[in-house]
Write a protein that binds this ligand. Structure first.
Ligand code: MN
Length: 250
């Protein structure tokens, strides 16, 4: 049975096609997996765990709950949904994962990250990342009303879009030195992450031996799934129009 990895689904009411594709995926492919890993930005934004009761997420929460009855589902925070907490875990049966986490994948040690920590060339973003991941900042935000948080996150989203549009694309990609440093620190030759929305299968040399970095794509125009079993790792895309799996190597 395969282990599946996805990230950057960015679920929200504005993209009902993505929600439908994700629900099909949870009820279909994911139900036959050994485990599912969601490496951040499952939600476009998450105001706090009251969101488990928001209408726009009701079907997804129920589908995750149904899936976790038979399949372990591990969820990492992204830079959009970093306020997912214990109530999210209870409502869905998912388990939150630290960023980064090292796992054993059929005998191969692999490091899992959301990926934003690798984008070290984007110093402005790294400062924001440090702020929003600070427990004191998070406590202060959670002390606000749900309505205030909703307004706050919508504003951040607009600011983030404007900042992203103004930056050169290269500086928002993962930095090779940061990639190598993370791999060495955790003693791995395999890295899996999302965040950059640049799906890819990168092979390179690390200290003279082969190393590999798999980058998951976002779910804006299609789904992106990394399929791993004991002999094969393959990045696949799921068509939005037709949820049949297409075996497209990216
Ligand atoms: Mn992200």
């Amino acid at each position: 049975m395969p282990t599946l990895f996805i990230s950057d689904i960015h679920l929200c009411a504005e993209r009902p096609g993505t929600t439908r594709l994700f629900l099909d995926f949870l009820r279909g492919r994911a139900a036959d997996a050994r485990a599912l890993y969601i490496l951040g930005d499952l939600f476009e934004y998450w105001i706090g765990d009251e969101a488990v009761e928001q209408d726009e997420f009701r079907a997804v929460i129920a589908a995750l709950r149904a899936l976790t009855a038979g399949v372990p589902v591990h969820v990492m925070h992204g830079n959009r949904d970093f306020l997912m907490g214990a109530r999210f875990e209870q409502a869905t049966g998912c388990r939150l994962l630290e960023d980064p986490t090292r796992i054993d994948l059929y005998g191969t040690p692999a490091l899992l990250l959301h990926g934003d920590s690798l984008c070290t060339d984007d110093t402005e973003y790294m400062a924001i990342r440090a702020m929003v991941r600070d427990p004191a900042w998070q406590q202060a935000v959670l002390a606000k009303s749900a309505r205030e948080r909703d307004a706050l996150f919508r504003r951040y989203r607009e600011l983030s879009k404007a900042a992203t549009a103004a930056k050169r694309p290269e500086i928002m990609d993962a930095n090779q030195d940061a990639i190598v440093a993370a791999m060495k620190q955790h003693g791995v030759r395999h890295l899996i992450h999302g965040h950059t929305h640049r799906p890819g299968d990168h092979h390179f040399r690390l200290d003279g031996a082969p190393a590999r970095r798999l980058v998951l794509g976002d779910w804006y125009e299609q789904g992106s799934v990394l399929y791993c079993d004991a002999s094969n790792w393959m990045l696949e895309s799921l068509s939005l129009a037709n949820p049949e799996m297409k075996r497209a190597r990216t």
